[in-house]
Design a protein around this ligand. Structure first.
Ligand SMILES: Nc1nc2c(ncn2[C@@H]2O[C@H](COP(=O)(O)OP(=O)(O)OP(=O)(O)O)[C@@H](O)[C@H]2O)c(=O)[nH]1
Ligand SMILES: [Mg+2]
Length: 258
């Protein structure tokens, strides 16, 4: 059941007969045994409209209402090479922002498919897609690019010997046309470890040339103790709300699906 404006309660766009006719529902959510088709349904202030007209009007009004007042939903991809800490980060996000207790690090296994995490922050809904980073799984990443509002790229800041691998995987992500204009948050993860490199050092090391025309930020985080995670989410929401890419995705989806 979807809840529409002014207490209307109904299944969106689906009549009980499967043809968009709503049979015996009335506007205040109560039900009557009379049918709408071509006649009044009792109360004087109810307007006489055929079932198809009502259905269409309701869809339009409901779509508009949803467009104006429902919380925006953003899709955020979490990418990075294997063992960077993506899934640990996702579980930490869930613990911080939802009532769900995230999995503890010792119960997290390497990702083969996709992990999804939904949170609400700054009056928006965020859906995180966490994908496996092993070399054989990286070709799957691009299947999710088209629908992503932003990318979080996680790097293990304690492991300089893998920075080169991280850098080339990230450059490939940035070259892909389906991710054009997507804001990018690069996380120097595992800051709880004493010899991890800082976000500034990591930025110097990566020396990414393709970042110029993109909104991006480097942030030092720890998926273990939560350092930097709230700042990261706040930044993501702020940039996605005003990014051109969000406008494009919204226009593509249309008002009814906002
Ligand atoms: N010290 C420390 N270890 C971390 C942190 N985040 C993740 N780890 C550890 O890093 C290892 C890899 O973590 P995962 O979250 O499985 O990494 P992943 O990026 O999801 O890896 P794939 O699913 O294979 O792509 C695990 O042993 C984690 O406990 C962190 O912030 N600090
Ligand atoms: Mg994982």
């Amino acid at each position: 059941m979807e809840y529409g404006p002014a207490g209307w309660t109904r299944k969106l766009d689906q009549g009980q007969n499967g043809r968009g006719e709503r049979g015996n529902e009335v506007a205040d959510g109560k039900r009557t045994n009379e049918h709408f088709c071509g006649k009044f349904v009792g109360e004087e202030d109810q307007v006489f409209i055929g079932s198809r007209g009502r259905s269409k009007m309701f869809s339009l009004f409901y779509g508009f209402w949803k467009y104006m007042f429902s919380k925006t939903e953003f899709h955020v991809l979490i990418l990075g090479i294997d063992k960077a800490g993506k899934t640990t980060l996702l579980e930490k996000l869930k613990s911080i922002y939802s009532n769900l207790e995230g999995l503890p690090p010792d119960r997290i296994v390497p990702t083969v498919g996709l992990n999804i995490g939904r949170i609400e922050a700054s009056n928006t809904k965020l859906v995180f897609w966490d994908l496996g980073g092993q070399p054989g799984l990286r070709s799957i990443w691009e299947k999710y690019y088209e629908e992503a509002h932003a990318v979080v790229y996680v790097i293990d800041a304690t492991c300089p010997s893998r920075f080169e691998d991280s850098k080339s995987a990230l450059e490939k992500v940035l070259r892909h046309e389906d991710l054009q204009g997507a804001p990018l948050l690069i996380l120097a993860n595992k800051q709880d470890v004493a010899d991890s490199v800082s976000a500034e050092e990591l930025a110097r090391y990566l020396d990414l040339k393709k970042l110029d025309e993109r909104v991006y930020m480097f942030e030092a985080v720890s998926a273990y103790d939560g350092m930097g995670i709230k700042e990261s989410v706040e930044w993501l929401v702020a940039v996605m709300e005003r990014s051109k890419r969000t406008e494009t995705l919204r226009a593509r989806a249309g008002p009814a699906s906002a």
